[in-house]
Design a protein around this ligand. Structure first.
Ligand code: TXA
Ligand code: MG
Length: 360
């Protein structure tokens, strides 16, 4: 049975957060809010708890999970060495949407790191998450709460719909403030390497420590070949179950426009929704506007919920408009490219053929 910890008048009872935290200390699994997305957490030092998380999510065992701490000093237990630059980043951006990959200590079970010699750590900027981790009295391993491959979860309702009956607690933290996951930086290299763009923009990191390396797969473009420095790169992710996402990149030169693709699909009898900015000049059909292209933070915040809502409505195609890769826009584009599985407008006819079951 899952205990649902609800808010009353916008507030969560402190004793219930404490009870959920103490349950983590006893090996239980708790879904909780962070400033980025909801996480599904358990005791990071208890390999059985960590294995349950993988089982519940259906996560490939080689894809490591992030360990969440409530005090920067807790990092010492988890890593064998804290590079000087990592220290600066922790002091500047924690608590916040920045995950740092460092060499792991003996204390961290292999189940957490997928067998890697490194561990990723972050301190979330969310008072519920921090109280929960403190009450647990142990670092909390927590991947995003979605089932493996699906869009991440950013509201309590989505968490209940996906995980009720599968975990011990689900805590209502309302809507996540940022809406995309943390930025993941590999700190084991001379120049830190961006593995996943996220809630903390690259520009802000570079303002503090100067230039960083950006892994080519961090854009979310293309299929990953070879050994992935971050296993999460190589798996299908953020994808709706029923709907096919087609991404219309900014400045795309070939293929139909969103309006042309919509008309083509509607005339073939498909249902279509358009996931676009406020500025898009589209009238006909189902138009979901995520916000102005001048406010990428707002777009990020609503992105996953919109994908989930449209998927629930079982729309055949979601035509998504790309945005600038500035600031948090890079994280938004990474999620959209991966949700689309790399499908752009030039794939339209192939996708139609696939959906109608006729191979061209
Ligand atoms: O915002 C977030 O980061 C959320 C909240 C719950 O904190 N968590 C999250 O976890 O997004 P998850 O498991 O969905 O994504 C973690 C990503 C994966 O792509 C994984 O491959 C990568 O981080 N990762 C974790 N540990 C790593 C390591 N030691 N080396 C390289 N990549 C790692
Ligand atoms: Mg995830």
């Amino acid at each position: 049975m899952t205990i649902l910890v609800r808010r009353t008048k916008g507030k969560l009872p402190a004793n219930k957060i404490r009870a959920a935290g103490e349950a983590i200390g006893k090996g239980r699994i708790v879904v909780f809010p962070t400033e980025t997305v909801y996480g599904i957490g358990g005791d990071a030092l208890d390999k059985d708890a960590v294995r349950s998380i993988f089982r519940i999510k259906g996560r490939p065992p080689d894809n490591p999970v992030i360990v969440h701490v409530a005090h920067a000093s807790d990092v010492r237990l988890l890593v064998s060495e804290i590079p000087a630059t990592a220290r600066i980043l922790m002091e500047t951006f924690w608590p916040g949407p920045l995950t740092l990959v460092m060499k792991k200590s003996e204390a961290v079970p292999n189940a957490v790191t997928g067998g890697l010699g490194t561990v990723s750590v972050r301190m979330p900027a969310n008072s519920v998450a921090l109280s929960l981790i403190k009450a647990a009295g142990t670092p909390v391993a927590a991947p995003s709460a979605n089932l493996s491959g699906r869009p991440s979860i950013t509201t309590f309702g989505e968490a209940v719909a996906e995980l009720d009956g599968r975990v011990d607690f689900i805590i209502d933290g309302g809507k996540c403030r940022i809406g995309v996951e943390s930025t993941v930086l590999d700190m084991t290299r001379k120049l830190p390497l961006l593995l996943r763009p996220g809630g903390l923009p690259v520009e802000e990191i570079e303002r503090v420590i100067g230039g960083i390396d950006i892994h080519p797969a961090a854009s979310g473009r293309g299929k990953f070949r070879g050994r992935a420095p971050s296993p999460g790169m190589k798996y299908r992710h953020y994808s709706p179950v029923h709907s096919s996402v087609i991404l219309f990149e900014k400045g795309q030169a070939s293929g139909p426009s969103i309006a042309e693709a919509r008309d083509r699909l509607l005339s073939s009898g498909f249902t279509v929704a358009m996931l676009v900015t406020d500025e898009a000049r589209l009238r006909k059909g189902v138009v979901v506007r995520l916000g102005s292209s001048k406010e990428p933070e707002r777009i990020a915040k609503g992105l996953f919920s919109a994908l989930r809502r449209l998927d629930r409505s079982r729309v055949d195609f979601i035509l998504a408009e790309g945005i600038d890769e500035k600031g948090i826009g890079l994280a938004v584009m990474n999620r959209l490219r991966r949700a689309s599985g790399g499908n752009g407008p030039e794939e339209l006819e192939n996708l139609i053929a696939l959906k109608t079951g006729t191979q061209r």
